[in-house]
Structure formats: C-alpha cells, structure tokens
Design a protein around this ligand. Structure first.
Ligand SMILES: *Cc1c(COP(=O)(O)O)cnc(C)c1O
Length: 394
C-alpha cells in the first residue's frame, strides 16, 4: 500500500491528512484494504453509506440504469428523477425538489432561494443570513460563508458577506442578529462536523415563531442528520418544527454523489424561477436511480425503525465508556449520530483503532464521531466497543 500512497501524494492536491491505508472493497458494515485486512466501519463514508456496502438490490438498480442511460442534461425529463423527486417530496414534507451533485451545492441553492425570496419582496441587495457558530455547511464560497468555523473561512474572505453568527440554543443571540435585512436563518437540527450538538426543542420553537413573525426563511441543513440517522427520516420531524427550505445529501444516494434542496410551495412560488438556477449533472438518471432505490429500500425494509431499535444500545454502550474513563468528558448526539468528547486530541486513539481493524472519525480535534451505517446490529456495536476500549488511554 505504501507505493500507492506515495503515488497518491505525488498526484493529489494535499488537502487531507489521510489515514495510511488504501481501501479496496466493502461488504455490509466492513471494509477491506488492498492487503485484504478487514475493518469494522463506523464512519460509513462520513454518514453516507446508510445501507452499508452492497445492500441487496442497490447495485442492481445502478447497473440497470447504467445499461439504459446515465445522463440526459436537465433540458429533458428522465423517469428516475421523476420517481426520486416524488419520493423525496413524500419523505420530506416539502413541495419542490432540486437535485444537486453534493451537499455544499444544495446549501448554495438554499441560499440563492432565500436571497431571491427577499429580493422579490423589497428589491434590496443587502440581505443578511444568520448562521450558527460551530456549524458546517460545506466548502464552496456560499456554504463556507455560513459555516461557523473561522478557521475554515478566514483564508478565503471576503465570502458572500452579510452573514451573522449566533449561538445554537441561545435564542437571544439570534435575536441580537436580527435586522430588517435578515432573509434567512440556517442551521443543522443536529450539528455534525461541529461537534454532535442537538438543537433544543424550545430553541427551535422560538426560532420558528420568530421566522414566521418576520417572514424570515428557516433553512434546515439535514445533510448529515437527515435520512433516518436520528430515528426520524429528517431530524426536524423529531421536533415537529418544519423549515421553509431544507437540504439533503450524504446518505441520500448512499454512495452516488447526489444532494437536494427542497422547499415549500409558497417559497417556490416566490423565489427561484426558470433561468435562476441550474446544474449540468444534478439529478441525472444514474444519481436519481440511486435516490429512488435508496428511498424504496428505506420504506420497504423499515430502515428508520431499525435505527430506533438499535440506537439506544449504541448510546448505552458509549455511556458505559464515558463512565469508565476520566478522559471522556461527555457523550452527546442523537440516534446513530453520536460523539464522545475527550479532554485531549483523539487522533492517536483513532489511529490505534484503525490498526486494530476499526474505522472511526473525529469531529473537531477532541471528539470521536460515530456515524455508522444505519443497518448496524447490537453485535457490531459490541465489536466496536470492545476494540475502542483497548485504544483509550487512562
Ligand atoms: C457534509 C456536509 C455538508 C457538505 O456536503 P458535501 O457533499 O461535502 O459538499 C454540508 N452540510 C452538512 C451538515 C454536512 O454534514
């Protein structure tokens, strides 16, 4: 593998400090590297492989679509995109869907919709967006502008500007940011990358009321916390607080690059219209066939019910570790989106786990994040805990 890694480092732009393995194939909740070493995968491509690797029917659906048609351009209709859009509408409670190629691109679309909505109302050009500290919305210029991590933003400023940052679960901090120019509030109902922080019920309720009162659009980024991970199809359904615009990606295609932003009919009628937005690939037949199949499987095989059954066990086992080790200060998260907060950087712990055949990922320097496939069992959780238990010092 060393040779491959050297070749990779000679050709790829070095924007990632990668773990020193070359992955070759996957099966269920396991991955194998080029030497055939097996890893229990609690990363799932960062919350992407909700169905694990080679879930029955998924590969066949993609292969079938490859044999028919991979791409058409969005100037023509294609049946996989129609089927996928109908299903996304149904699960999201939204009325209109726009398919994108990634999460960041879905966030860009959501921001454009909010800006257009505000512009149609007053013709102004200085509308503001409120985002949350510790949020993560992607790496493109618009998505980066609403990402509440100065380290990611600073080298690239000026970004889209007119973004103010509030503190999740501190409603007054949001109120302090509101002006007549505020057009949207964007947040993750459960923050992922920024540290597995769930929004509070009351916070979201007050936010919804504020947005209704001032005609501000509430945008939920469900790219990581959506698609069943919290025990609801989308995390907002857990709170019963519906956004005006929402984004999805990651598990939406379970490995095929695809995202979406969705909105209510009222926002759709008063924002993006023909010519306002586009994408060459977004929602092409191959990506849409993946979405269609994934959502069919979710419904048929009750994937979200399984999350509800198995997630309390993951929580319990992680809590036991938290109680056992002084260096673990907190367990937090919702459903199969969990984090252990350490009082020291977790890089070495993750590397030790990898050596012992367990893939984990961090969320910030001192949190280990658990975002496994949604099909994991209690046995997989036991196996993960047994390995991790030998990797924690003190
Ligand atoms: C991963 C992620 C994104 C960005 O998605 P990409 O597909 O990497 O562009 C945006 N928002 C959230 C909440 C994410 O977890």
């Amino acid at each position: 593998m060393k040779e491959y890694i050297e070749q990779a480092e000679a050709a790829l732009l070095h924007t990632y400090n990668r773990y020193q393995i070359v992955l070759d194939r996957g099966e269920g909740v396991y991955l194998y590297d080029m030497n055939g070493k097996k890893y229990l995968d609690f990363v799932a491509g960062i919350a992407v492989f909700a169905l694990g690797y080679h879930y029955p029917g998924y590969d066949e659906a993609l292969k079938g679509q490859i044999d028919k048609l991979i791409h058409t351009s969005n100037y023509y209709y294609n049946s996989p995109a129609i089927e996928a859009a109908k299903k996304v509408k149904k699960i999201s409670g939204m009325d209109r869907v726009f398919f994108t190629n990634s999460g960041a691109e879905a966030v860009e679309g959501a921001i454009k919709a909010a800006r257009k909505y505000a512009w149609l109302k007053d013709g102004g050009h200085d509308h503001e967006i409120i985002a949350m500290n510790h949020s993560f919305h992607g790496r493109t210029m618009g998505a980066l502008a609403v990402t509440g991590n100065p380290k990611y933003r600073e080298p690239f400023e000026p970004l889209i500007g007119s973004v103010k940052y509030a503190e999740l679960n501190d409603f007054d901090s949001v109120l302090n940011c509101v002006t007549d120019k505020t057009c949207a509030v964007i947040l993750e109902p459960v923050q992922g990358e920024g540290g597995l922080r769930p929004a509070g019920q009351e916070f979201l309720q007050k936010l919804r009321a504020l947005c209704d009162e001032r005609d501000i659009l509430l945008i939920f980024d469900e790219i990581q916390c959506g698609m069943g991970r919290t025990g609801y199809m989308f995390a907002w359904q857990r709170y019963g607080i519906k956004p005006n615009i929402m984004t999805s990606a990651k598990a939406l295609g379970c490995g095929v690059p695809v995202g979406a932003f969705m909105m209510t009919e009222r926002v759709a009628q008063n924002s993006l219209t023909s010519g306002d937005h586009g994408t060459t690939y977004g929602g092409n037949p191959l990506a849409a066939a993946a979405v269609d199949k994934v959502l069919e499987i979710y419904e048929r095989d009750h994937i979200v019910d399984h999350v509800c059954q198995v997630a309390p066990y993951l929580e319990k086992r992680l809590q036991e570790l938290t109680d056992k080790y002084d260096c673990i200060t907190e367990r937090r998260g919702v459903g199969l989106m969990q984090g252990l907060v350490f009082d020291h950087p977790v890089g070495e712990t993750i590397t030790r786990a990898l050596e012992k055949g367990l893939l984990l990922i961090n969320a910030g320097p001192d949190i280990i994040r658990f975002v496994p496939s949604l099909i994991i069992t209690e046995k997989d959780i036991d196996e993960m805990i047994a390995i991790l238990d030998t990797c924690i010092e003190g």
